[in-house]
Design a protein around this ligand. Structure first.
Ligand code: ASP
Length: 418
């Protein structure tokens, strides 16, 4: 069996959804589990609704209506004949959302986020599964919340492999075609959880691992894994082949093409990952597999925006030693800061972090009792893997705003105030 994943960009409108059918018919869809994200920017819209709920904003009902309309418009454009049934089903999910807001007692932002944001994928797969059946691709809709079991670390839940394996194997017979959601799961109390933004790739890898899939294909709006993000770079080069290790490194440094947790399960069972364009399904794209020599070997540029650089130094010019470092890391862990880069000298310690959980003020407050703290918000982390003299020159041209630099044989990383 094989696993396909279609992300939000591939299903951003009715045309995109029709294109999924075209891709499936062109490449074949027997014995396939299809993992789907929320349509277009639905996850962002739901995040906005959660924020409005937390702020008691009068705009919330408007935002909900707008999102409902977005989905009903898509349904309207998909079907030639009567589609009332599916429109009603979607309206029902929006009613459930409103009901949740009316009855929720929890003040926990992360918990609320997961109950609400997970609905984006429930809605998209309900529409897609129906439309595929309507178009002659018979499929079974599966609720991933019943299969992907996690802990209750909301917004970045950790998988319970044993339980998920059991549920997946009971519910999936590899002979069929299935549609299910990426990104979402549920905890022991059956509350929805999410696996982190862009987590649908990871869901696809989990299913592939448990089902011993032959391969996984991630369908993207680019030709495959590129050496740079086309949103920031005019010229990009397609990587035809890379190893799992290279892909893990690229994802770790922030290449947004593959979710970082995706590669480990695939690597463990040596399941090849194919990244292909849903606009050009005849092209081969990128193959990520065991020990594959990178082809072509070119510098890869990765940009992570909106990072925070913290520069700490001791209050009394004493050395920053193991004890301090362990102390600092305890705080980073406590305030859920993802550490991207560290550098230390005798009396100073610098760390570049992602402030996903918005805990910077509290962290800073705790650090200030023991250290001098300089905070640089909104900085950019640039990484170049396989750098060469030309790519180095491109950095040096504009080095006035370099706050921190680190390099080894293969990789150079810079924190820039830009
Ligand atoms: N819909 C989720 C997101 O936008 C998950 C995904 O697309 O992978 O982050």
């Amino acid at each position: 069996m094989k696993v396909f994943k279609f992300g939000g960009a591939s299903v951003k409108d009715a045309e995109g959804i029709k294109n999924v059918i075209k891709v499936l018919k062109e490449v074949g869809y027997n014995e396939t589990l299809i993992v789907v994200s929320a349509f277009g920017k639905t996850t962002n819209a739901l995040e906005q609704i959660v924020r409005e709920y937390m702020e008691d904003s009068s705009n919330m009902q408007n935002s909900i209506l707008k999102l409902l309309k977005f989905h009903l418009d898509i349904i309207n454009k998909l079907y030639d004949s009567d589609y009332t049934f599916i429109a009603l089903e979607i309206q029902k999910i929006f009613e459930e959302l409103k009901h949740f807001f009316q009855t929720n007692k929890s003040p926990d932002y992360n918990f609320i986020y997961d109950q609400v944001v997970s609905l984006g994928e429930i809605i998209s797969t309900t529409i897609l599964s129906n439309y595929l059946n309507y178009s002659g691709i018979n499929n079974i809709w599966l609720d991933a919340r019943k299969l992907i079991k996690t802990d209750n670390y909301y917004r970045d839940a950790n998988l319970n492999w044993e339980l998920s394996k059991e549920k997946i194997l009971i519910n999936i017979d590899i002979k069929n075609v299935y549609i299910t959601q990426g990104f979402i799961g549920s905890d022991n109390n059956n509350f929805s959880t999410t696996l982190g933004r862009e987590g649908s790739d990871y869901s696809a890898a989990i299913f592939a691992y448990v089902l011993n899939a032959e391969f996984v294909t991630i369908w993207k709006d680019v030709d495959g894994v590129l050496n740079a993000d086309p949103r920031y770079f005019k010229k990009t080069i397609l990587l035809n082949r890379i190893s799992y290790q290279e892909a893990i490194e690229l994802a770790f440094y922030g290449a947004s093409v593959i979710h970082p947790k995706t590669l480990q399960p695939l690597q463990r069972k040596e399941i090849p990952l194919n990244v292909r364009s849903f606009l050009n399904p005849s092209k081969k794209g990128t193959i990520v597999s065991k020990g594959a020599k990178m082809k072509p070997i070119v510098p890869c540029f990765i940009i992570k925006k909106n990072q925070v650089l913290l520069r700490l130094s001791s209050l009394d010019f004493s050395f920053i030693v193991e004890e301090n470092i362990s102390d600092i890391f305890l705080l980073l862990h406590k305030f859920k800061m993802r550490v991207e880069l560290i550098q230390n000298s005798a009396i100073s310690f610098s760390v570049c972090v992602s402030n996903k959980y918005d805990n910077l003020d509290e962290l800073e407050y705790n650090l200030r009792s023991k250290y001098n703290v300089n905070v640089y918000e909104g900085v950019t982390l640039r990484t170049i893997r396989h750098f060469n003299s030309t790519s180095l020159k491109s950095i040096n041209k504009n080095n006035s705003n370099i706050l921190l630099e680190q390099r080894d044989q293969n990789t150079i990383q810079l924190v820039l105030d830009e």
